[in-house]
Design a protein around this ligand. Structure first.
Ligand SMILES: *Cc1c(COP(=O)(O)O)cnc(C)c1O
Length: 423
């Protein structure tokens, strides 16, 4: 395994630094475990994404479920990006972070009536509708709306992607989206609807996808539907192609923004050269994952057969991806000495579940000991947002680093605060 360090995450004087902050000095100010993000890295990722997609006139909506901290949202949206949301809570957060309502897309397979009402009242830019049933509910609720509601139908393009089965979304049998034939019929049924403006097609084929071919195939299917609709007099004004661009978790594979942008542009250029509507993408992970680490302390080195356990103070409730998708996050010692001999460990947390296992048979320097700091890399996406308090554990703080300044952007949620809800 290679360790995906980057311009903002590196060893200096044998100490792991995020920008100019040594993580051990941050750990003196903030209790472990904690999430720590690099502002510069988020801005770099955003800039690379914009450069790649805007070259082809493709808009970007950050899929904020990857990391919905208000400060992170503000940072990303201040660069001009819109957002993709999947709940009323995310819409409220987006508004609280200062994002204009018309830049908000509302996705999700199970929107409640209350959530739809909140989105209508907020005046969001686009609803991505995933079923005939949802469209019927939306049309009822939109009757009181003062202006037509923009709707894209999410199509399931039925493509196979090479990622973990728990994060594929665009294959038949997934709960997401609808078959192209059904979308076609709904466009016919709602063609002259008074309150709904059906004008878009959406897709999102999965997450952590490291090859461009499935995008080519799926976009091609959306374009075929766009052409069929055009022949019937329905003009698609927006193609929302979703996110899912893979990042390097240490196995060397990823999908660059420029590669996927090129594939999308080529496919449109060759298959629908006269398409003149908008095109947008919704990256989440690829904007924030590699900007974050989860800093944790070793509680015990427990000698055992067949391998010793490294027991950390972080657990599955702080970093759930290994338990959910057998994901492996590279784990480094915060203090580093050259030429240390490695020893194989099973790396676990303190929670009373066997799935509270971060890695098996994982190499760590043999002189690691209780009290040492370690950092899980690529913890900026789908980590803090999935955290919970199982085993009555406190929810870790989130910290944003900007050169040599450290800002706590969410303080640790204490046991007293958690208990206060049970008065
Ligand atoms: C989760 C999600 C995304 C973002 O996926 P990433 O893998 O984080 O890029 C985009 N669009 C929709 C509809 C999603 O549910």
């Amino acid at each position: 395994m290679t360790t995906p360090l980057n311009e903002q995450l590196n060893y200096r004087d044998n100490q792991l630094h995020l920008e100019s902050c040594s993580l051990s000095s941050v750990a003196e100010q903030v209790a472990t475990p904690f999430y720590c993000y690099s502002k510069a890295r988020i801005l770099q990722n955003t800039a690379r994404c914009q450069a790649a997609f805007s070259a082809h006139d493709i808009g970007i909506h950050y899929a904020m479920k990857a990391n919905s901290n208000l400060h992170i949202l503000h940072l990303i949206s201040s660069q001009g990006l819109g957002v993709d949301t999947v709940s009323a809570g995310e819409i409220q957060r987006a508004i609280a972070a200062g994002i204009a309502a018309e830049k908000i897309i509302f996705s999700g397979v199970g929107k409640s009536a209350a959530e739809i009402r909140l989105a209508l009242d907020t005046g969001i830019g686009q609803f991505n509708v995933e079923s005939a049933e949802e469209l019927a509910l939306l049309s009822t609720l939109a009757q009181t709306s003062t202006r037509p509601v923009r709707v894209a139908l999410r199509v399931n393009p039925d493509v196979t992607v090479n990622t973990h089965r728990h994060i594929t979304t665009g294959t038949r049998g997934n709960k997401f989206g609808m078959p192209p034939e059904q979308a076609l019929q709904l466009f016919r049924d709602y063609a002259d609807h008074a309150c709904l403006n059906l004008c878009g097609l959406a897709m999102h084929i999965g997450s952590q996808i490291c090859e461009a071919a499935p995008y080519r195939q799926a976009v091609s299917r959306l374009l075929a539907l766009t052409k069929t609709l055009k022949a019937e007099g329905v003009h698609i004004r927006c193609l929302d192609l979703g996110g899912g661009f893979g990042i390097d978790y240490g196995n060397g594979s990823s999908l660059s923004f420029s590669e996927v942008a090129q594939v999308i542009a080529d496919t449109i250029h060759t298959e629908a050269p006269d398409y003149d509507g908008k095109v947008v993408v919704e990256p989440g992970r690829s904007l924030v994952a590699d900007a974050g680490v989860l800093v944790t302390r070793v509680n015990f080195v427990k000698e055992a057969e067949p391998r010793p356990f490294l027991i950390l103070d972080a657990a599955m409730n702080d970093l759930m991806r290994p338990a959910l998708y057998q994901a492996v996050h590279p784990l480094l010692t915060v203090s580093y000495a050259d030429n240390r001999v490695q020893r194989q460990f099973d790396v676990v947390g303190p929670v009373c579940e066997s799935t509270d296992t971060f890695a098996r048979d994982y190499p760590v320097s043999e002189d690691i000991q209780a009290g040492d700091l370690m950092a899980f890399l690529c913890a900026g996406a789908y980590c803090s947002v999935m955290s919970n308090s199982y085993n009555s554990r406190e929810i870790p703080a989130e910290v944003l680093v900007d050169e040599n300044t450290v800002q706590v952007i969410r303080r640790r949620i204490s046991q007293e605060e958690l208990m206060a809800f049970e008065d």
